[in-house]
Design a binder for this molecule. Structure first.
Ligand code: G3H
Ligand code: 13P
Ligand code: ZN
Length: 306
């Protein structure tokens, strides 16, 4: 049965671990997540973005995930990631999602509040939980205090935002960013800011842009022709620290994409006679599964749905 992010995250928060929200792109990504969830006995959040809905179709996606959720005993949520407007959120609410994110972080503070509140008013009566975002995801490396204040989540604004919108979860900007190129110099996150937000705001906290861009994946993909120079992610110790400071949902997309690409490249390069898609996508699924299992162990969610 599908449950909400709020349910999954509240338990994680109380028990001081975090739950991975893994972005799916196709059947194989979902299979990798489900197999990892079963083997690790972990709760899990399946995340779907508007671009994935465009690519795969809302009906196909929801049907696949509902079949899976019925078949496994572990708590699973179906979550809209980076919902871009009220219409998209509404479609997902009606399609059977159990959680929606409305990302109006590019709008002004007041507009972000208005749009987010609109989604909360649609989602809460139907029992879904809502995530919103405040601040802009961006690397901070050598930024001055003023520069950081301009992009990262302001703790006072976060308090007001949560009180006025009634959101269940808030994505915070503390120096992470999406994709494989998160830092030009040394990885740096603003943990002080995270601590202040945690202490002053009564809401579940989410870390986006949390892929670590592991060297084993980058090296494999590069060995078989990928161009990834300068790729850099969030060190695993930073992830552990963020969890200890109150993050209870961690979003991972890039590491799955890299694992998929590395495995496909390897198979195509080393087995030129293979042309059965299942022989090409099977190893890609295994590689993504290895990533998801590793994240569940790192986040401390392994064994929590035993
Ligand atoms: O933040 C979410 C993803 O990493 C970007 O997703 O390419 O599916 O829009 P997308
Ligand atoms: P990564 O690009 O670091 O995997 O972040 C994914 C994400 O935040 C999805 O919402
Ligand atoms: Zn994100």
């Amino acid at each position: 049965m599908l449950v909400t992010n709020k349910e999954i995250m509240s338990v994680a928060m109380a028990k001081e671990y975090a739950v991975g929200a893994f972005n799916i792109h196709n059947l194989e990504t979902l299979q990798a997540i489900v197999e990892a969830t079963t083997e690790e006995k972990s709760p899990v959040i399946v995340a779907v973005t508007p671009s994935t809905i465009k690519y795969a179709g809302l009906e196909y996606l929801t049907a696949m995930i509902k079949v899976v959720a019925k078949a496994i005993p572990q708590p699973m949520s179906l979550h809209l990631d980076h919902g871009k407007d009220v219409e998209t959120a509404e479609k997902c609410i009606n399609a059977g999602f159990t959680s929606v994110m409305i990302d109006a972080s590019h709008l002004s503070f007041e507009e972000n509040i208005a749009v987010t509140k609109n989604v909360v008013d649609l989602a809460h009566p139907k029992g879904l939980s809502v995530e919103a975002e405040l601040g802009k995801l961006a690397g901070i490396e050598e930024s001055t205090v003023e520069e950081k204040d301009a992009v990262l989540t302001d703790p006072n604004a976060a308090k007001e935002f949560v009180e006025r919108t009634g959101v269940d979860a808030l994505a915070v900007a503390i120096g992470t960013s999406h994709g494989a190129y998160k830092f030009k110099k040394k990885p740096k996150l603003d943990f002080e800011r995270l601590k202040t937000i945690r202490d002053s705001v009564d809401v579940l906290l989410v870390l986006h842009g949390a892929s670590s861009v592991p060297s084993w994946i980058v090296e494999k993909a590069t060995k078989y022709g990928a161009e990834l120079s300068g790729a850099k992610g969030i060190p695993e110790e930073h992830i552990k620290k963020a969890i200890s400071l109150g993050i209870s949902k961690i979003n991972i997309d890039t590491d799955l994409r890299l694992a998929f690409t590395g495995a496909v490249r390897e198979i195509l390069a080393t087995s030129p006679k293979k042309y059965d898609p299942r022989k090409i996508l099977g190893p890609a699924k295994e590689s993504m599964k290895k990533v998801v299992k590793g994240k569940m162990r790192l986040f401390g969610s392994s064994g929590k749905a035993a």
